[in-house]
Design a protein around this ligand. Structure first.
Ligand SMILES: Cc1cc2nc3c(=O)[nH]c(=O)nc-3n(C[C@H](O)[C@H](O)[C@H](O)COP(=O)(O)OP(=O)(O)OC[C@H]3O[C@@H](n4cnc5c(N)ncnc54)[C@H](O)[C@@H]3O)c2cc1C
Length: 318
């Protein structure tokens, strides 16, 4: 039987942003409900080693970190529900949502922390080598490839930034692009072309990521020339696919203001969206930093902004 879950603060998403919001909201007496979505714990549950989340002197595992965050939120009083929201009505408060389970969710204020997914090329060898030399985040994983040959696939700002960032760790960085010019901003292109440790390979697509060893790891990339069809191979122990991200915002189209890349727009310096009482945090509103710690930070901000909004509107209504 379908149920209705009613709360002062409804939180969509259980990655670092949603769970940090839940910790702060629970401690403020907002009795938050977290709708966890299809991926409880979020993106970090899909990785192994995390070395840059503060508070841990040794390497930790992403799934373990998210388990701890969830337990911490629950210990503070947050309630977790495993469901995926498929319909929203933000036209009036309280906000109403429907889950795939058929349950209804009603929240006086809403925190959206539905994250973003990295785009992948979608080839078979890529799936096999993800986390075994292949990554979609140089800031997260570049450090693991110190002194090794690495390659970045893409031609936009992110790809160029990732290639430049990787020169902090490697003196042999190759940028692979399927066209003969980059989409990235001019200033970034100038920095890229001026860098002595970056080679750009034009008109090439990835035909295959080549793995070897036990445990298996990336050792080379087979490239196909888009003009001649010729296949060549380059050695690479680290491969970074940088062809963009898709924020999980399809659900909010027409309900909230989104930017040209479909990220939720927030007022600068806050988590307030275009609808009063709706707040957004983490990767769903941040296309620049996209880190667990920044997601957690904006999750805290969203809970504080939402709690303040709730208190002010309650006071006004008497
Ligand atoms: C392989 C990999 C390795 C990474 N390594 C690092 C690292 O080492 N260090 C680092 O700082 N960052 C790392 N990152 C980036 C980091 O994981 C993200 O920046 C962070 O998880 C963003 O947190 P978030 O809470 O905004 O969103 P996410 O973690 O993406 O969580 C989104 C949540 O929203 C839920 N959701 C989505 N749609 C709905 C819906 N309709 N209804 C209900 N729930 C919904 C999902 O189930 C999920 O729980 C890595 C990312 C990847 C993919």
């Amino acid at each position: 039987m379908a149920e209705t879950h009613r709360t002062k603060m409804l939180i969509l998403g259980s990655g670092p942003a949603g769970l940090s919001a839940a910790i702060y909201a629970a401690r403020a007496g907002m009795e938050p409900i977290v709708v966890q979505g299809m991926e409880p714990g979020g993106q970090l549950t899909t990785t192994t080693e995390v070395e840059n989340y503060p508070g841990f002197a040794e390497l930790i595992q992403g799934p373990w970190l998210m388990e701890q965050m969830q337990k911490q939120a629950e210990n503070c009083g947050a309630k977790m529900i495993w469901d995926h929201i498929s319909e929203v009505d933000l036209s009036q408060r309280p906000f109403r949502m429907k889950g795939d389970s058929g349950d209804e969710y009603v929240g006086d204020v809403l925190v959206i922390a539905t994250g973003a997914q990295a785009r992948w090329l979608g080839i078979e060898s890529e799936t096999a080598l993800r986390g075994k030399g292949l990554s979609a985040c140089a800031t997260c994983d570049g450090f693991f490839f110190r002194g090794k040959k690495v390659a970045v696939i893409g031609g936009g700002n992110t790809a160029v930034e990732e290639a430049l960032y990787l020169t902090n760790h490697s003196d042999d960085v190759t940028l692979i692009h399927r066209r003969d010019e980059l989409r990235a901003e001019k200033i970034l292109q100038e920095r890229l072309f001026a860098h002595p440790n970056i080679t750009v390979l034009w008109d090439k697509t990835v035909d295959k990521f080549v793995g070897e060893g036990d445990p298996e790891g990336l050792v080379a990339i087979d490239l196909k020339d888009t003009k001649t069809g010729e296949i060549t191979q380059i050695p690479a122990e680290g491969g970074f696919v940088a062809i963009g991200h898709d924020p999980a915002t399809a659900l909010f189209k027409g309900h909230l203001e989104l930017d040209s890349d479909n990220y939720i727009k927030v007022e600068p310096g806050s988590t307030r969206t275009s609808v009063p009482g709706v707040f957004a945090c983490g990767d769903v509103m941040d296309k620049i930093y996209r880190q667990a710690v920044t997601a957690a930070g904006t999750g805290c901000m969203a809970a504080l902004d939402a709690e303040k909004f709730f208190a002010e509107t309650e006071f006004e209504q008497g």
